[in-house]
Design a protein around this ligand. Structure first.
Ligand code: HSE
Length: 438
């Protein structure tokens, strides 16, 4: 018989994170009981295939394929199946049946978060998701609770370990993207299908979650501007290095002040950006993650650590389970989600940053003046310019310009780049990168 101090925990999914969560719930049962005041009883683990190989040996009798049956009567449901369905339906059913939910499912939260939080509010249950962004790094609770009385102005972070690993090796070794990606797949850093990581989709989901929390606004995934790292080549990395930068895939969530007839808005975006080698984010190496938060009263804060991994992510899940268990024992549902900020999300054209533009131009009299003139036409002002000369096999002289701009509006910059591209003196726009972090 279940006594009143026992909480029934249902686990959905037993992949690399789920199996570690199950192991820790079993191995640390006594410790968790001391911390929560409740015996956390792992009632079962719902999986597609009971006999599939697992990272951790777990009692076979815990496994079931009947997820719906498992969640009925559970106090806490941990969803680690991933994907949208059946995870969404199971979470909604769990909430409606009175359970608190803990999940690491960023794809689901970034697309159906509003619906899930609404149902949780209606029934007075909680949904916790510390593991959904940057795995072991505590960032959800700091934004939701610790900074709830402050005003967050900007978040920018490295929230995808795979792309950081690839860019870091390209930076250190001068290697090509494809070669590093293949190696990363061989070493298990990158998935066999790396699309979600290298195209920035994983980071965009995390950005949508962070922005929604930071700005108290429901930010749908479609509102996140997303560019991946597949276009980053060794040349761009080298140019960045020459100018004192490193290229990082950044997720940026920023408050844009009202300007003219444009209201205050927020911008949420993911792209490979230049970061000064002096900035703390430049020293985030390998598969690590770091999130830099600038809040009005708190000033800059940086959260750093492992952004992936089964046992590391399990740490974040267990933290949420302990917190849900305490709520069960002490009563109340803690702080819920809030979308009262209701901020509009601005198009990418409205952001303002510095840029580095690399061009191949003809080596002729007056070219620099023409290029500077085409930039100035749209109000883009040149801060630095560096020219290198080379010769083709046929002896023709060619020049490469690396131009650093002052801060400019993205729309003005992209119009100016279009003018450069169409100009007779520009043979090729090699790259355009935004500078972030200053
Ligand atoms: N694939 C992600 C990364 C980990 O490379 O950071 C899970 O979000």
């Amino acid at each position: 018989m279940i006594d009143h101090r026992t909480l029934r925990v249902a686990l959905l999914g037993a992949g690399s994170v789920g199996s570690q969560v199950a192991r820790l719930l079993i191995e640390r049962a006594d410790e968790l009981e001391e911390r929560t005041g409740a015996r956390l009883e792992l009632a079962g683990i719902a999986v597609r295939d009971v006999d599939a190989p697992r990272d951790v040996a777990l009692p076979r009798e815990l496994f079931t394929t009947e997820a719906h049956e498992l969640i009925v009567g559970s106090d806490i449901v941990i969803e680690l199946m991933g994907g949208i369905e059946p995870a969404r339906t199971l979470i909604l059913d769990a909430l409606r049946s009175g359970a608190d939910v803990v999940t690491g499912n960023k794809a689901l939260l970034a697309t159906h978060g509003a619906e899930i939080f609404d149902v949780a509010d209606q029934v007075g249950a909680s949904v916790s998701y510390e593991a959904a962004v940057a795995a072991a790094i505590p960032i959800i609770r700091p934004l939701k609770d610790s900074l709830a009385g402050d005003r967050v102005d900007r978040i920018f972070g490295i929230v995808n370990g795979t792309t950081n690993y690839i860019l870091d090796r390209m930076d250190k070794e001068g290697a090509a993207f494809d070669a590093v990606l293949t190696d990363a797949q061989r070493l298990g850093y990158a998935e066999a299908d790396p699309t979600a990581d290298v195209e920035g989709h994983d980071a965009a989901q995390k950005a949508a979650i962070l922005a929604s929390l930071a700005f108290h606004t429901n930010v749908p995934l479609e509102a996140v501007h997303c560019e991946g790292i597949t276009g980053v080549d060794a040349d761009m990395i080298e140019n960045a290095r020459g100018a004192g930068f490193v290229i990082k895939l950044l997720a940026t969530c920023e408050r844009l002040p009202a300007e003219g007839d444009e209201p205050e808005a927020i911008s949420v975006r993911v792209y490979p950006a230049l970061v000064s080698r002096e900035h703390p984010l430049a020293s985030v190496h390998g598969g690590n993650n770091a999130v830099y938060v600038e809040a009005e009263a708190a000033g800059p804060l940086m959260f750093y650590g492992a952004g992936a991994g089964g046992v590391q992510t399990a740490s974040a899940i267990l933290g949420d389970v302990v917190s849900a268990a305490r709520r069960h024992i002490a009563g109340g549902v803690g702080v819920g989600e809030s979308a009262r900020g209701d901020q509009p999300v601005a198009p990418i054209g409205r952001i303002t940053t510095r840029y580095q533009i690399t061009l191949e131009v003809t080596d002729e009299h007056g070219v620099l003046q023409t290029v500077a003139g085409l930039l100035a036409e749209g109000g883009v002002s040149v801060a630095t310019i560096e020219q290198t000369l080379s010769h083709d096999a046929d002896g023709a002289s060619r020049a490469r310009l690396v131009i650093g701009t002052h801060r400019a509006r993205e729309q003005a910059l992209s119009d100016a780049v279009a003018r450069l591209d169409a100009s007779d003196v520009v043979e090729r726009v090699v790259s355009v990168l935004r500078v972030e972090g200053d």
